[in-house]
Design a binder for this molecule. Structure first.
Ligand SMILES: O=C(O)CCC(=O)C(=O)O
Length: 275
């Protein structure tokens, strides 16, 4: 909750308690008000063990590929937070490696929660694996995601599938509740000191999560994360979703346009041929 201030203003934020994920109306209202929603315990231990096993296998494959796999933002704003020499191991589209992850995308327990925020038509834009290695995991400065894949109706959100315990010491996500109400902010992609100065960390809340939790936030919600200085890895997969009533304004970012539930109302023959 932003206390008695406007979104984005500096003031110690406090964590509004998320409603149960079975109460769709309450989830929708909470998300509209705060710009995020934390669904606890959606996936069980067995699911997490399978997904984490495949996550680790993907990481091994990435490392042995010899490709560039460090997605740390190489700018001074990041170095001001984490001191440099850090990394985030990353690939897009984990479902192109693992059938277990492809099945997870269609899991009704997951989609039932997403539907509360997106309605009955749900399109997956892309997925991203993130591993913040123990002791040297990179920070992300405050930013919005809207600039990367804007949609006409701003329905795009991130669904973060948590595989490990995450807290500030291993670089969990931090969110500025209510900041989505500021809409699209100029130069919000995070590589700018002015933006970071406008959103000091004290105005954010650390989203402590457990394996099997889902953390949703709008692509308008300002978010960040601190470095992983702990002896614990931080593993999660981010799934970018939008409503099937909405459409991408401009391309450029890897996109799957995979319909997970319902219908993609703006799909065309030429668009279906792309990506
Ligand atoms: O996972 C993190 O720590 C931050 C990732 C992020 O901000 C993003 O992908 O937009």
């Amino acid at each position: 909750m932003m206390c008695a201030t406007t979104p984005g203003e500096t003031m110690q934020a406090t964590l509004p308690s998320s409603p149960a994920h079975t109460d769709r109306a309450a989830v929708a209202a909470f998300f509209a008000e705060h710009g995020f929603y934390h669904a606890r315990g959606v996936l069980d231990r067995t699911d997490v063990a399978t997904l984490e096993g495949d996550f680790d296998r993907v990481v091994d494959q990435l490392v042995s590929s010899g490709e560039a796999i460090n997605a740390r933002w190489g700018n001074d704003t990041t170095t001001a937070i984490d001191g440099g020499g850090t990394e985030v191991i990353h690939t897009h589209q984990i479902q192109k490696y693992s059938a277990a992850w492809a099945r997870m995308l269609f899991d009704d327990r997951v989609l039932d929660v997403a539907q509360a925020m997106l309605g009955p038509d749900i399109v997956m834009h892309h997925t991203k694996l993130f591993l913040k290695p123990a002791g040297r995991g990179a920070a992300f400065p405050p930013h919005q995601d809207v600039g990367y894949f804007p949609t006409v109706q701003n329905t795009m959100l991130a669904m973060n599938v948590m595989l490990t315990h995450a807290d500030d010491s291993n670089g969990c996500l931090r969110i500025w509740p209510g900041s989505h109400k500021l809409g699209r902010i100029e130069r919000s992609m995070g590589a700018h000191d002015e933006f970071a100065a406008r959103f000091p960390m004290e105005g954010s809340i650390a989203m402590e999560c457990e394996p099997g939790d889902l953390l949703f936030f709008s692509y308008l919600t300002v978010h960040a994360s601190l470095p992983n200085r702990s002896d614990r890895q931080r593993k999660h997969v981010l799934v970018q979703l939008h409503s099937g009533q909405d459409r991408i304004e401009s391309g450029g970012h890897p996109a799957s346009n995979l319909v997970l539930r319902g219908w993609n109302h703006h799909m065309t023959r030429s668009a279906a041929d792309c990506s």
